[in-house]
Design a protein around this ligand. Structure first.
Ligand code: C2E
Ligand code: CA
Ligand code: CA
Ligand code: CA
Length: 276
């Protein structure tokens, strides 16, 4: 049955041996998917504090021949169990580099954000992988934002910082994704070479009704201001949330603006009408 209901995603919870077997099968199928071009890049817009398009986040999808569109929430955790995630991240990076080069040739300087798994940051090839994409596609380094999570803080933090510094020296930016959901203290971001914080959508959900969520978000904004960081609100679904973001000077991303769209559809909607 092909993707019944249009948007139904399979669910995976690694709770027992059956799930372990399932994970193994997903991993095997995903390796083939990478080879057989079954992965697709989707883009989701990011608007600046004035509500103007500023860039997009690249989000991967798996177009399975029988099961239809499979969510990254299902297969990224499986890919992260092995170095398969590095091949996957590099596939997305290459697609992103290609797109950024194309935009540059059209005089467009939107940012493109790419998710990088903590395992990839720790991997010996990380810095070279990013440099190789930059050398190959010759895009403006300032247009590439690499989204990492607090997962890079475990193990060798100093090694991660050194790698990030090598790439920020080239003009590439880093964002902390899902900010606020980790258990580490706020102070660690002082030591990280990042230019952007992405407030996790769980905090945006309660805006503008939940006092606790407003307090959290305002605290994050205050810290970001001190450190001169850009702040992006994720999961902006309502007009009230979008207004809150604009009033607070945040960039926003979420269903209120658009859902992630296949690259061609995203470009038709957001670019072609201004540059055609
Ligand atoms: P993420 O990086 O936090 O991405 C944001 C997720 O929130 C996306 O789910 C997006 O579709 C969803 N989203 C966007 N706007 C809204 C909204 O207004 N409301 C709600 N409820 N959700 C919204 P998606 O695309 O399923 O991706 C899930 C996760 O998979 C991502 O979370 C990221 O951790 C991972 N992922 C996706 N693409 C890649 C990739 O290319 N490489 C790596 N390493 N991880 C990826
Ligand atoms: Ca992200
Ligand atoms: Ca996120
Ligand atoms: Ca997430």
């Amino acid at each position: 049955a092909k993707n019944q209901g249009g948007n139904r995603y399979a669910c995976y919870r690694p709770t027992d041996s059956q799930s372990a077997l399932q994970a193994f099968q997903i991993e095997k199928a995903l390796r083939q998917a990478l080879d057989q071009n079954e992965l697709q890049l989707f883009l989701q817009s990011q608007c600046d504090q004035h509500g103007v398009l500023a860039g997009a986040e690249a989000l991967v999808r798996w177009q399975h021949p029988e099961q239809g569109l499979i969510s990254p929430a299902l297969f990224i955790p499986v890919a992260e169990r092995s170095d398969l995630i590095i091949a996957l991240d590099n596939w997305v990076l290459a697609r992103a580099g290609e797109l950024l080069a194309n935009w540059r040739s059209r005089g467009l300087n939107y940012t493109l954000s790419v998710n990088i798994s903590p395992r990839h940051v720790r991997h010996a090839s990380f810095v070279e992988d990013v440099k190789a994409v930059l050398a190959r596609y010759q895009f403006a380094p300032a247009a590439l934002v690499l989204e990492v999570t607090e997962g890079i803080l475990v193990d060798d933090l100093q090694a991660s910082i050194d790698k990030m510094l090598q790439l920020t020296a080239l003009g590439i930016s880093f964002a902390i994704d899902d900010f606020g959901t980790g258990y580490s203290s706020l102070s660690y971001i002082r030591n990280l070479p990042v230019q952007e914080l992405k407030i996790d959508q769980s905090f945006i959900k309660g805006i503008p009704d939940q006092a606790n969520d407003i307090a959290m978000v305002e605290t994050i904004i205050a810290v970001a201001r001190q450190l001169n960081l850009r702040v992006v609100a994720e999961g902006v679904e309502t007009a009230a949330q979008a207004l809150f973001c604009q009033q607070q000077g945040l960039w926003s991303q979420g269903y209120h603006i658009d859902k992630p769209l296949p690259v061609s559809k995203w470009q038709a909607r957001w670019l072609d009408r201004v540059t055609a």
